[in-house]
Design a protein around this ligand. Structure first.
Ligand SMILES: CC(C)(COP(=O)(O)OP(=O)(O)OC[C@H]1O[C@@H](n2cnc3c(N)ncnc32)[C@H](O)[C@@H]1OP(=O)(O)O)[C@@H](O)C(=O)NCCC(=O)NCCS
Length: 177
């Protein structure tokens, strides 16, 4: 049976290895996603309620993290990373992790979740080009790969560049440090 629940302290080491294994074979990876999770967990951008794990029969096989980012004076969420162990991919686990994340994010009052990723994948979870909501990327990226999901129906459109937590190592002048 599959279950999604909030991350607990005891999960940390397993999350590290799940994220590493998932991105080992990923099309786009900087090879540091597992370390990024650890540094984000210590950062001000971390929201304990928005780090989730997926379990199948008690085995941790997936993880998703949403952290605080900003667009002008507004706070939005950055979805990153999302990881499912290779043997468990394409079974709907990534979708289930996003759905639960959006549900809790709504309860916590967040308006948008923003992701950099495949234009073939995230639109299945309702993501649209972020430009549609007035959210611009802090780096050069095709419009279709920088996407946002409107969590709250009444969320106003934004107008500005998305600033990620510094742990992402992105500067607003473009490119990675
Ligand atoms: C990307 C990832 C999180 C998707 O999780 P998943 O549990 O395998 O995805 P799901 O089963 O929820 O996918 C549901 C749908 O997306 C499709 N899909 C899954 N992975 C896809 C991909 N990489 N590209 C395009 N479509 C994809 C599935 O075919 C399925 O479509 P369908 O419902 O129309 O059949 C997972 O493959 C993964 O961990 N990849 C390696 C790490 C990575 O790249 N993370 C994302 C960084 S942006």
């Amino acid at each position: 049976m599959m279950r999604i629940r909030k991350e607990e302290a005891k999960d940390r080491e397993i999350i590290y290895s799940v994220v590493k294994a998932a991105f080992d074979r990923a099309e786009h990876s900087d090879g540091n996603e597992h370390d990024l999770v650890n540094s984000l967990r210590k950062s001000e951008a971390f929201i304990p309620e928005l780090s989730f794990v997926a379990e199948i029969d008690g085995k941790l096989i997936g993880h998703i993290l949403f952290t605080k980012a900003s667009v002008g004076k507004d706070t939005v969420l950055a979805l990153a990373p999302l990881a499912v162990l290779p043997a468990y991919q394409r079974k709907g686990i990534g979708m289930a992790l996003m759905k639960e994340g959006h549900r809790i994010a709504d309860k916590l009052g967040y308006a948008y979740s923003v992701v950099l990723g495949s234009e073939k994948y995230y639109p299945k979870a309702g993501y649209l080009p972020a430009s549609f909501f007035g959210i611009k990327p802090p780096f050069a990226v095709p419009d279709e790969n920088f996407m946002a999901y409107k969590i709250r129906e009444d969320a106003p459109a934004l107008d500005g560049i998305m600033i990620y937590a510094k742990e992402f190592g992105i500067d607003s002048l473009g490119g990675k440090r």
